[in-house]
Write a new protein. Sequence first.
Length: 336
Amino acid sequence: MPAAVSSPIPAVLVKLGPLDAGRVADLRPYFDSVPDPRSRRGRWYSLTAILLVCACAVVSGARSIDELAEWAPRAPNALLTVIGIRRHLLGWRRTPSPATIGRVLGAVDGDALDQAVGAYLAGRHRSASGPSRVIAVDGKALRGSARLTATRRHLLSAVTHGTVVTLAQVEVGAKTNETTYFQPLLAPLDLTGAVVTFDALHSVKANISWLVEAKKAHYIAVIKTNQPTAHTQLAALPWRDIAVQHTTSASGHGRRESRSIKTCAVADELGGIAFPHARLAIRVHRRRKQTGKRETRESVYAVTSLDAHQTGPADLAAAIRGHWGVEMRRADCAHG
């Protein structure tokens, strides 16, 4: 929802979309071109730093000056460094106050800011080679591979979403052994900045910590009752108080299906979720109606290491749906 007409918050900032550290660094030169309306004396924060704080807060859902100011103290220290919030002599960072943000936004040249955002978006469009890489880890038994002396071959693969391209593959002894092959499968791949999706079988804490810390990747992990503590925590979140943030529907083959998604930030200081590097909790509610049968409903829970400024509900829904699509296509190939 854009800012109200009377609000000093520039509505153009909403157009920026998710902002991670890399995109903040890309945006910085464009904001540097916006003239600073303040006198040179007494400046602690650069205009660019204040505008970047506002941009990150707006795309995370802030819609008032107070909310803009509240975003920065909760932001990761590494992101504040990229934004340009300087350290004090004692080593801590003081972020802009509501009064400082309000004065700057009330005085900044709106046309110059519009031009800066437009130039940034145009540059991204010219250089974009597609969305962030999303890779599914999925295992399948190969039909027709069984022999008198051996069971069916079982493969664990890393494949791309969308057009399925197999990036890595390893044969495993049995489906229950898949988790021990998770790291050897992904170790040779450059996963920096990629988003890895997998089903509940692979939602193993040691593997997830390795994925984020060693491979510098993000994840979206489905959480089921094999992770009882995390599943209980996710199910207990106040989902009834959270509005639906994205919906999709489809019909075909005698079936009508709709999915809605809600997300909820999980703050460490409030207990977090018992899952490593979890930043957002996700609930996908599926409704399915087969011709001649009663409608079925199911809620699926997941967590991701992506923060609210790095992704949105539509992107998360697409990634989860994309993983299920990979599973179905690979199942068809295995059975064909």
